[in-house]
Structure formats: structure tokens, C-alpha cells
Design a protein around this ligand. Sequence first.
Ligand SMILES: C[S@@+](CC[C@H](N)C(=O)[O-])C[C@H]1O[C@@H](n2cnc3c(N)ncnc32)[C@H](O)[C@@H]1O
Length: 302
Amino acid sequence: MVPPVTGGVARGVARTSTLISCASMLATSVRRVALLGLRVVDLFHLRHALRWTFRRLPQRVRGRLGLAQVRLGLMEGLIKVPEDRLPRSLEAALRLMGPAAFGPGAAYLEFGVYVGTSMACMYDATDAVGANALRLIGFDSFEGMPARSEDEERDPVWTWQPGQLYADMRLTRANLKRLGVPDGRVELVPGWFDESLTDETRSRLGIERASVIMMDCVLEASTLTALEFCAPLILDRAVVFFDDWGAGGLDERGLGEKRAFDRWLAAHPEMTAAARPDLVYGKDSEAFLVERREPGGRAATG
Ligand SMILES: C[S@@+](CC[C@H](N)C(=O)[O-])C[C@H]1O[C@@H](n2cnc3c(N)ncnc32)[C@H](O)[C@@H]1O
């Protein structure tokens, strides 16, 4: 039997619901003011000045502002991948790889996690194809972009600055949660790639094979380090995505992810790569099926 509600309990419930509705009204007002602010920024073309100022703020302040943006659901400027098309490409990649590639020890490896949008897309894709045992592992400095190479420094259209795209792990986890990824589903590995992507990390994490790989770290040196980390994990084949292959015409100028991949393939004659235009999800992205040749020279699955 349901106990009768006493006057005190009823007053408590009423007070709590008043507090909840006040808090939600406050959040809506803050959101409206923030949206208005963004419109003013657009109207007066202040975006560039705002970015310039933001990049000069201390990391802690940038982290707090990013977190507030995630909490308010104002993801303007934070989303770097096409959320509408990417899950379908990731699903297609998982289907192409087949269930053998989702088994224990298999992993999706992402290099360049930032606020976790593409990682959340991969979570949705694993859910859609029933690849729930596939580990989702993301590597990032969680301190923003590193310094650029001399070539990148000299490039006239290069836009990525050191420290740009700053998202600390708290911010990334908050956004993964916002996007419906259960706690603990994604493993995040912090650190600069030249320090974190080591043999020791590979064995500490217990990764046995990489089935799908997302290269989203833009810079040639970062991409090359990540590809080297993956080489022993491509047992027979893997789908490798490059998110910023053609960003700002980088590929045409022989920079960035394309140059890293060309150099890596030249250093690994045991690997072959076939472009998969059917898996491409955005104007700047590229996708390849990378296969390890058998000792006789043929691709392992050819
Ligand atoms: C374009 S963002 C990634 C976007 C992300 N996939 C998403 O969905 O939001 C690039 C990321 O690469 C990371 N990155 C680039 N080079 C790195 C390096 N050498 N070591 C660690 N992180 C790096 C940056 O910190 C940045 O977060």
C-alpha cells in the first residue's frame, strides 16, 4: 500500500520541483544569452578576434569555458567531423571487416580525440552492428595541437596553431556523456604521441589487433608516429580513415596526413593500400583498406 503523503513531504516535493524548474529556466536564459552573443560575434565578424583571444587564455580557463559550452549544448566551433555522415561510414567499415575483427583483443584506435565527436560516432556504429566487444581507444595530448614542423610553419594556408583545439579529458568525457556514450566504454590515453605511442603502451593496453583506425591528428609527424604505432597491430587488414587528408588542400601541397601515409607505405613494403571512396564521409576525408602481404607478395586476403 502506498503510504499517505504527509504535509511536510508534500511541501518538500513542491520546493524541489520549484527549484528544478528555476534551474532549468536559468539554464535556458543563459543559453539564450550565449546564442545571442554568438549571433553578435557573427554579425560583426568578430570570430577571428574571439579565437585569437581564446587561444591566449590560460589552459585552465580554456578548459572551463569549453566545459561550459558542452554543458550548455552550444557546440558551435567545437565539432570537427560530420556527425551526420561519419557513423554510416564507420558502420560500413565494421561490416567490411566482419565479426572476426570485433572479437576480444580487437580495437578501434583513434589518434586525435579532441572533444570526442568521432569517438561517439564510432560508439553508435558499434552499437548498430553489434560490435559491442570492440574496444574503443583514443589517444590525444588533451593539451591541444603540438608545435608544427618547419614545412608546416612555412605553409601559407596552414591554420592550425600550437595549443589550438584544446580539450582536457574532463571536457572530452563530459561531451562523450552528452552524446550518449556510457561511462567506461571509451579508453582515453593522454600524452604527446612521440612519448605515449610506444611498445610499452601497446602491451600495457593489451591491444592485439587494430580493426578500424581513425587518423585525425592533422600534422604529418603526429600521423606518422600514429601509423608506426599501428603497424604491428594490422595483422591481416584494417580500415584506415584520414579525417584531414585534403583540409585546406594539404594533400595537393604534399603535406599533412597524405605525406605521412606515403612515407609510411614506402617504409612498409609488407603493406598494401587500396582507396575506398565508398567509405569517405566528408570532402576532406580519405579511407583505405590496408592489407598485410603474405610472404609470397599477395595481400593477405586477396
Ligand atoms: C582535429 S582534432 C580531432 C577531432 C576529433 N576527432 C573530434 O571528433 O572532435 C585533432 C587532435 O589531435 C591532437 N593531436 C595532434 N597531434 C598530436 C600529438 N602529436 N600528440 C597528441 N595529440 C595530438 C590534438 O590535441 C587535437 O585534439
